[in-house]
Design a protein around this ligand. Structure first.
Ligand code: AMP
Ligand code: ZN
Length: 639
């Protein structure tokens, strides 16, 4: 079913998967060239102008968005012009066997208002300063782009006046206070980075940014604006600027993704299926077909790459490939109908949906994202196709090893970390000691929390936390709840997917029932193939387990992401949803932040289908019973 290593890649081509937009390099280049005027109406596609610095080392791109120009500097791998990294890095890892990793950096170095001043002359002229009044009574609100410009101008003016000794203490104080308030209103993390960088706007010269970056810029910003529904004459809101700045985090991650992707080849069919990776009801079965039975390897690689983990944690691509192949093999060890590599891929994709479509990725650190993705990938590693209850009741070695507590979950984690100890599969080899410890703790917590016996406690704890006036949600607890929900999310997917999963799980349960019968053990629930009410069990599972879980998870996400959203819109495609009219874009100020919940409709549809099925099943049972109870028809009498 699953082939390992290079053999699988024969006849394939290098695949770089875009974010689902389908906008090609060529299209973007065309867009840039066909829009020489530079300006654009709000709500239209962003405009990029590509530049190369005089040295040829770092490449720059000016992206015009919402009336602002963003200078994005892309540095080549290890290039002299590489933008400054956030923290000192350990020495680079040894070159992987199949090539040297191409790793660069990408930084938004400057934002400037293209509506208010010329791109090439951001510093106010003496003339402009001479015209300035220091009156502080009629200044724009501090959280507007206008305020930024006004504050900057004032600071320049104050400096000049201080030099000349021509300023009163009161005027100085009032203006400094205003400038301080403007700065406080700016989203701290990202603007700090902007402020640290030099003004490089005037140095830029036309040339290219890497095509992959263009692809990303086009796909992400175009899609974003297509859903923004902003009126063309509306002034850009500060929030949208903060959002764009914040998206710089994603720019970094995606840039890293693209450079690393060069090292693993994706069959064309896999690339095609992965284009829908961001969808809630992603067809993981189609991926299985396209990937010749190895969906986890491609999906795992794509996700870790897409979030920039390969670059960030210096995971040698060949090591990652070996790790994922071995993990995939472990999932196939017992030929389980349900707990196999496909289920792992499904859960990992659903986790990805939660990370990127709700904006959760913006609340988590890189290490937390890395741990969450790896936890999803390994969460049922070497599953035996039997339940914890079966392990305990049959006194398996694993139950003995883990003293009947979270038997399978302990095994999944332990076996996965044992694999990571193997040099060939050590994806954590370039983590610092502290990073490794934190990563390990997070993965252990998350996978242990997939033990269904912890389900009600987990929900209860989160629910009561969320009733507090100012809840502080622990990152590990949040990620654990997300993983748990994704693990049981198939009843919340499109019917065809859910139905297929349910049939596979029941097959697995019935196989366990067969073993229980052989061993003289009582049947575990849902494991007796002759006595299981399938439709009813699914209705119960949806109503009592899945719906409440998704409900608490959504409440938690809205609680933790709300504050993030109020300072900047988060999530690549996130918009607040009006509470009173689902689907309608909410008025930002009047409506509580809401995430999209595609699962709500699916759950309701699926429940309805199961209810119809249950009614039919009940009818059929009644009929069969009636037939069984009715006296046998009299035998025909012989004449
Ligand atoms: P895991 O074993 O880690 O995949 O955890 C998910 C658990 O949820 C499964 O083992 C089942 O116990 C339960 N589950 C998932 N889908 C269904 C379903 N359709 N019906 C009943 N139980 C389910
Ligand atoms: Zn699972």
């Amino acid at each position: 079913m699953m082939r390992r290593g290079k053999a699988l890649l024969e006849g394939s081509r290098q695949g770089s998967v875009d974010g689902g937009s389908g906008v090609s390099d060529k299209e973007l280049v065309h867009k840039c060239h066909s829009d020489p005027g530079g300006g654009r109406a709000l709500g239209a596609a962003p405009r990029t102008v590509r530049h190369r610095s005089a040295s040829g080392a770092a490449r720059k791109c000016v992206l015009t968005l919402d009336g602002y120009s963003y200078v994005i500097v892309a540095s080549p791998p290890g290039g002299a012009g590489a933008p400054r990294e956030e923290a000192p890095r350990p020495p680079p890892p040894p070159a992987p066997r199949n090539g040297t990793p191409k790793q660069g950096g990408l930084t938004i170095v400057r934002r400037s208002s293209s509506r208010h001043k010329s791109e090439s002359c951001p510093t106010p002229t003496d003339e402009q300063l001479d015209q300035l009044s220091l009156d502080t009574d009629h200044l724009p609100a501090v959280d507007t782009p206008d305020a930024c410009d006004k504050a900057a101008l004032r600071l320049r003016y104050l400096l000049r006046q201080l030099n000349r000794g021509e300023i009163s203490a009161e005027t100085l104080q009032k203006n400094l206070q205003y400038a301080a308030r403007v700065l406080e209103a700016v989203y701290i993390d990202e603007t700090k980075r902007l402020a640290d960088e030099d003004d490089e706007l005037s140095e830029v010269q036309p040339d290219a940014v890497p095509p992959e970056v263009r692809e990303w810029l086009a796909s992400t910003f175009t899609r974003q604006l297509a859903t923004a529904k902003r009126k063309s004459d509306e002034k850009p809101k500060f929030r949208s600027v903060a959002h764009a700045i914040r998206a710089g985090i994603f720019v970094d991650r995606i840039y890293r993704r693209v450079t690393s992707t060069a090292l693993m080849q994706f069959p064309q069919d896999v690339v095609r299926v992965l284009k829908t990776l961001d969808e809630w009801s992603f067809d993981v079965f189609a991926l299985f077909e396209a990937a010749a039975g190895a969906p986890l390897k491609y999906l795992g690689y794509e996700l870790l790459n897409r979030y920039g983990m390969i670059h960030k944690f210096k995971v040698p691509p060949t090591i990652l490939e070996s790790f994922l192949s071995r993990i995939e093999e472990g999932y196939c060890k017992f030929n389980n109908p349900y707990h196999n590599n496909l289920h792992a891929a499904d859960v990992a994709q659903t986790v990805h949906y939660m990370l990127c479509q709700t904006g959760l990725m913006n609340w988590l650190s890189d290490l937390e994202i890395f741990a969450t993705l790896v936890a999803a990938v390994i969460h049922d590693f070497e599953h035996t196709g039997t339940t914890n209850n079966f392990h305990v009741m049959s006194g398996s070695d694993t139950a003995l090893l883990y003293n009947d507590r979270a038997v399978l979950e302990n095994h999944h984690i332990s076996a996965a970390f044992r694999l990571i100890k193997d040099e060939e599969c050590n994806i954590l080899q370039n983590l610092s000691r502290d990073e490794f410890r934190e990563f390990r703790t997070l993965v252990i917590d998350m996978v242990l929390a997939t033990d269904m016996s912890f389900h009600f406690q987990q929900l209860k704890n989160m629910r009561s936390l969320l009733t507090l006036a100012e809840p502080t949600v622990d990152k590990s607890k949040a990620a654990s709840l997300v993983l748990h929900c994704c693990d049981i999310s198939h009843p919340a997917k499109r019917w065809d997917l859910h139905h297929r999963w349910t049939m596979s799980l029941l097959d697995e349960f019935f196989l366990q029932g067969d073993k229980e019968r052989e061993l003289g053990l009582p049947f575990s629930p849902l494991c007796d193939r002759n006595n299981t009410l399938v439709a009813e069990s699914q209705i119960g599972f949806i109503e009592f387990i899945v719906e409440p879980s998704m409900g608490v998870c959504a409440d938690m996400l809205e609680c933790i992401l709300g504050p993030l959203h109020s300072s900047s819109k988060t999530g690549a495609s996130q918009e607040p949803i009006s509470e009173d009219a689902p689907g309608k874009i909410a008025n930002e100020t009047s409506t509580k932040f809401k995430i999209r919940k595609p699962w709500v409709a699916c759950l309701s549809d699926n429940k309805k289908i199961w209810k119809e099925q249950a009614a039919k099943d009940a009818e059929a049972r009644a009929k069969a019973e009636e037939e069984a109870n009715s006296p046998p028809a009299p035998a025909p009498t012989e004449e």
